[in-house]
Design a protein around this ligand. Sequence first.
Ligand SMILES: *Cc1c(COP(=O)(O)O)cnc(C)c1O
Length: 379
Amino acid sequence: MKFNTKTIHGGQEHDKAYGAVMPPIYQTSTYAQKTPGGHKGYEYSRTHNPTRNALENAFASIENGNYGLAFGSGLAAIDAVIKLLQPGDEVISTNDLYGGTYRLFTKIFEGFGIKFHFIGMENADKVESYVNEKTKLIWAETPTNPMMNIIDIKALAAVASKHNILLGVDNTFATPYLQRPLDLGADIVMHSATKYLGGHSDVVMGALAVKDKELADRLYFIQNASGAVCGPQDSFLVLRGIKTLHVRMQRHCENGEKVARYLENHPKIEKVYWPGFESHPNHDVAKAQMDDFGGMISFVTKGNDYDEAIRIVENLKIFTLAESLGGVESLAGHPASMTHASIPKEEREKTGVVDSLIRLSVGIEDADDLIADLNQAIG
Ligand SMILES: *Cc1c(COP(=O)(O)O)cnc(C)c1O
């Protein structure tokens, strides 16, 4: 089955009771038993719920995995992955990382005795130089946020398998429409389904997909034992979102390219970060591992003026100034004052998050309207 069919049918079957084409929202916490233990496969909704299971099967299918797991948020999904580890274990992580992931690693799990190395991962040899006998996990995010660097998943997978360590990839920005980490050798693929998979800015949810049964069983154990699951209503909404993922992503990519090329030619713009440009330092890797370049773009203005960046994001009318990304509507963010405000200026500037950096999540509106909006706001 090809991807555009999988988003609609992958892992799905019609409702057994009445043939409903969409799985019903099984808004129930528990299930009747005829005798103790005599149930129909469902005992309690933290452990299993039919609507959530339908969604989990869809996750597995679109990521070319065998097992899917849904969680109450993207961070809850990452939390479950780190709980595979023990005190004393080490993780090598991307440095240009989603801020909440960085906070989870440093403020929660370092306190439990897990050590994290945050490094640039564009060079797999550099990643390998951080491996020691305590290393249990490599955690990668590509494209990175907000600098849009590209990490070679295949090269990382070679390092991970050589040293028998797990490779997890946060695929939130790319989605399986653009890149399928499990096919490239990753062990775990993770999503903030809040973003493109849900696609309509109306749900917070996380997801994992894996190929290996033993790894899946350990993660299902953690999912049930820690309990950070999502509800059936949200499961229904994200399943509905996935059914249009391919058509939405196609338009996100088309609009993203138009906006990136418009910004590149604007006299007031200094630099545009988008992996589709041939001048992007990791363009060749992006071309090899991604099917297109997505709708996430960052840019900086000439003169790098903080107040000017604030003025631009405040003047936008179709782009909404907001955190998050991946919905049908276009959003703009100013990392220095929003997502990265808690990081000292010197630290954030090391990875390129300068005062005038603006991040766009290009939506699926008409590209002409988006460009006109940027044009009037930049002036
Ligand atoms: C939003 C996001 C997360 C966290 O997901 P939540 O659903 O907000 O918990 C993790 N990684 C990336 C890349 C994200 O964009």
